[in-house]
Design a binder for this molecule. Structure first.
Ligand code: GLN
Length: 295
């Protein structure tokens, strides 16, 4: 069923059950995965209820204004806008986060980066641990670190002004004493003289030519500056490693997320910058995605 059939719906009597079915079919017909989950989350958002509450009220009639609101959101999803932007929120390590098209939607691989950072913090005992987060985006990394490690003090930098605004909204509840946020370019001489115990980053590592082939959800909606360096994919990786070489205290670690095929070259860059201990952690597909490097 096409959306047009749903839009012409006011004359028809819709319930939660029939609207979910029609909308699911409409997404599936256009090749969307997880169609049922998508429409349930969209309708729950419109009706301001939890997704599970939909099941208990399957026969509830849909009012014309609710139908109009739902159709507007469904149209956005049909145009491939990421579900998280439409809902305005997502979860990262079980924590709720505001998101919009100014920031990358946090990914599960980045949860692995945070887990490894938390292990590294734990190994330092109870002492205060100073962390630099390069390219904070939504603020997912500092929020998770502050939430799960009481002794973590995080400094985040982000080049994009609208992303800084979104991150500030997520960071505010933790207090700016624990997470400070600076609009800075990693290629500038930022925070001169300040040294850190851990540096974390999920840099824009997608090569420009791969970016054009990404799914429309990413290519047409997520911020380009958060995804690709516009070159071979190593420009920001290399810069973060160089910055880490200058800003890490002795025996301290850099944790970096990379693409599925970048471990060899990234290790070479790290070793050339004086990092002698380099290890990689595999993602859920068994691919090295997180580098931990120590000088
Ligand atoms: N730190 C954010 C994340 O990990 C944003 C990263 C980015 O914009 N490249 O999702």
């Amino acid at each position: 069923m096409e959306t047009a059939d749903i839009i012409s719906g006011p004359t028809k009597f819709w319930t939660i059950a029939s609207l979910l079915d029609a909308a699911k079919n409409s997404l599936e017909a256009r090749g969307f995965e997880d169609a049922r989950l998508n429409v349930e989350l969209l309708l729950a958002h419109v009706l301001r209820v939890r997704r599970t509450q939909l099941y208990a009220n399957y026969d509830r009639p849909i009012e014309p204004n609710e139908l109009a609101d739902f159709n507007a959101l469904l149209e956005r999803r049909l145009a491939h806008e990421p579900l998280q932007y439409i809902l305005g929120e997502t979860e990262f390590m079980g924590l709720p986060l505001y998101v919009n098209s100014s920031v990358l939607v946090p990914r599960p691989e980045t949860e692995l980066l945070v887990e490894k950072a938390l292990e590294t913090i734990k190994a330092k005992g109870n002492e205060r641990v100073e962390i630099l987060d390069v390219g904070t985006g939504s603020g997912n990394i500092p929020v998770a670190l502050a939430h799960f490690a009481e002794n973590a003090i995080i400094t985040s930098i982000e080049i994009s002004a609208p992303a800084v605004e979104t991150a500030a909204r997520n960071i505010r509840p933790y207090g700016f004493a624990r997470i400070s946020l600076h609009r800075e370019d990693v290629f500038s001489d930022f925070l001169p003289g300040k040294m850190f115990d851990i540096i974390v980053s999920n840099p824009p590592y997608v090569p420009a030519e791969d970016f054009e082939r990404l799914e429309p959800e990413i290519r047409d909606f997520e911020p380009r500056v958060a995804t690709t360096d516009g070159g071979d994919g190593y420009a920001v990786i290399k810069r973060v490693i160089e910055v880490a070489a200058g800003k890490l205290k002795p025996n301290c670690s850099l944790l970096l997320e990379i693409a599925y095929n970048q471990s060899g070259e990234t290790e070479r860059i790290a070793r050339s910058c004086g990092f002698s201990e380099v290890e990689f952690f595999n993602d859920f597909s068994g691919i090295p995605r997180i580098m931990r490097a120590c000088r």
